[in-house]
Design a protein around this ligand. Sequence first.
Ligand code: PHE
Ligand code: FE
Length: 293
Amino acid sequence: MSESTDFHLGINQGVAPVTYGQGDRPPRGDYAQAKADYTCEQHWERYSAADHDLYRRLYERQAARLPGLACEEFIDAVAHLGAPHRIPRFDVLSEKLRCATGWEVVAVPGLIPEEAFFALLAQRRFPVTGWIRKPEEFDYVVEPDVFHDLFGHVPLLFNPMFADYMQAYGAGGLKASRLEACEYLARLYWYTVEFGLIDTPAGLRAYGAGILSSTGELRHSVASTEPRRIGFDLERIMRTRYRIDSFQTSYFVIDSFAQLFAATAPDFTPVYRRVADVGVLEADSLLSTDRLY
Ligand code: PHE
Ligand code: FE
């Protein structure tokens, strides 16, 4: 693993992208200070000048890489994060988000259990890790930090259609927990919210947060000849394992956020049943029905 900043690596065993405690190290945040819903104070005043400076360097490096690789909706919305020279105050950012789409960001100590995660999303509250990585983790951090969560995820919460998708995902997650289908739904999160690509008139672009906050994977996902890029197919995605130890071998491409929203609107109960019947696919598998880009 040379270049990826993906903290997803090694966190889970291919099931839920948001469950802590399954990795080989204890989570890093201070969970003792969290409330029952896992939210906590941001304590903005506790960030040091070095923390703000690290955020600025991460932001500036990544922002410079976006043109031609990130989707326009994302590039346009990054500015809402405010000036790059300081870690944003979540309360100020939430005020802007509430006006735009009714979302807010809430601080959490780090990765949280999936049911808590789903419940927050269903309430249009996006959990953002409070702490920032250490300087020596500039290129690589094993858990999501404030930079990934903010820079990667928050811009698209300003997009009305994507914002609705995230809430529907949260509600769908609570339902999937009851149906014991979280594994399938987690793959949908992985291949859309974290590693999704979108087809635009200008070409393929990234909208997934795991790509957009990663130094190496952004170009790899959009421009490398190595990975496969497959047209969005809900059941195909739900069957497909993903890589947590390297760049993805396959990405799934949507035509629009409206398509994503419409394709995921139906009740998943029968979908989960079908997916359970047909069986799992490896991350790099290829089907004759795949629509390749
Ligand atoms: N339609 C899904 C269900 O019935 C809910 C959902 C929507 C899940 C959008 C994910 C994304 O379970
Ligand atoms: Fe993420």
